[in-house]
Unconditional design. Structure first.
Length: 234
């Protein structure tokens, strides 16, 4: 069921198999056939952009507090662990040094307000404009990103697609709608395509749902198990 231009995004890397948002997870996702990587940006106490999802570091490190409470050197002493494997929290810069030159697409999610300009400046250093969509659940983050760098595509992560959301996104110039996976139907995909958006769902929990979403005609998908999506697309 191969489809041209579809992006199989490894969600925080191959996060069903390795600690999420680690270099190991990203490399594994690419090895499983992903042609895109999705990741999350936050900023440390000393102003370094790192890749980390949660509001707190407890789940992944067992330590209290938030990314913003620690310097990067302090975070390096806190391994992130899952599936019996350990890694560390990477800097956005080292991630780009490793992957920006590859033929991949990237979904970079703002988890923290007012990191947009610093993130975009770093992306520009690696000439990432044509291969990146900037995403967030926070409309204000996307608004600041679009005002600062309108040449970058933006995608809105949402669990509610309604006429008001569509109107606001069109006014802002957002190019992509990213609905929660359970919302995806062929009719919704057709509607959003008709409004001029590309469609990339998130929160795809099962292989069966993954298959139904792919068949609904979406343009990409973030999955924790990119190997299974690669196999289904073959």
């Amino acid at each position: 069921m191969q489809r041209n231009h579809f992006i199989n995004y490894a969600h925080r890397g191959a996060s069903s198999y390795a600690p999420e948002n680690t270099m190991e997870a990203f490399h594994l996702g690419i090895g499983m056939g992903a042609n895109g990587i999705e990741t999350d940006v936050q900023r440390t106490k000393d102003g370094i952009l790192v890749l980390f999802h949660d509001d707190t570091i407890l789940r992944m490190t067992g330590k209290p507090g938030k990314i913003q409470d620690y310097t990067y050197d302090e975070l390096l002493t806190m391994p992130v662990s899952n599936y019996g494997l350990s890694g560390r929290i990477p800097r956005l810069e080292e991630f780009l040094e490793a992957f920006a030159h590859l033929d991949l697409q990237f979904a970079i999610e703002f988890k923290e307000a007012f990191t947009e300009q610093q993130t975009i400046d770093l992306l520009d250093r690696f000439q990432m404009q044509e291969k990146t969509v900037l995403t967030s659940f926070k409309l204000e983050c996307l608004m600041r990103a679009k005002l600062y760098a309108p040449q970058y595509k933006a995608g809105y992560l949402t669990d509610d697609v309604n006429p008001m959301v569509i109107k606001v996104l069109k006014t802002m110039g957002v190019e992509q709608v990213c609905p929660k996976g359970k919302l995806i139907t062929p009719d919704l995909v057709e509607q959003l395509h008709g409004e001029g958006f590309s469609v990339r769902p998130w929160g795809v929990k099962s292989e069966v749902r993954m298959q139904a979403i792919y068949d609904a005609g979406v343009d990409g998908m973030t999955v924790n198990f990119p190997d299974k999506l690669t196999a289904y697309m073959a």
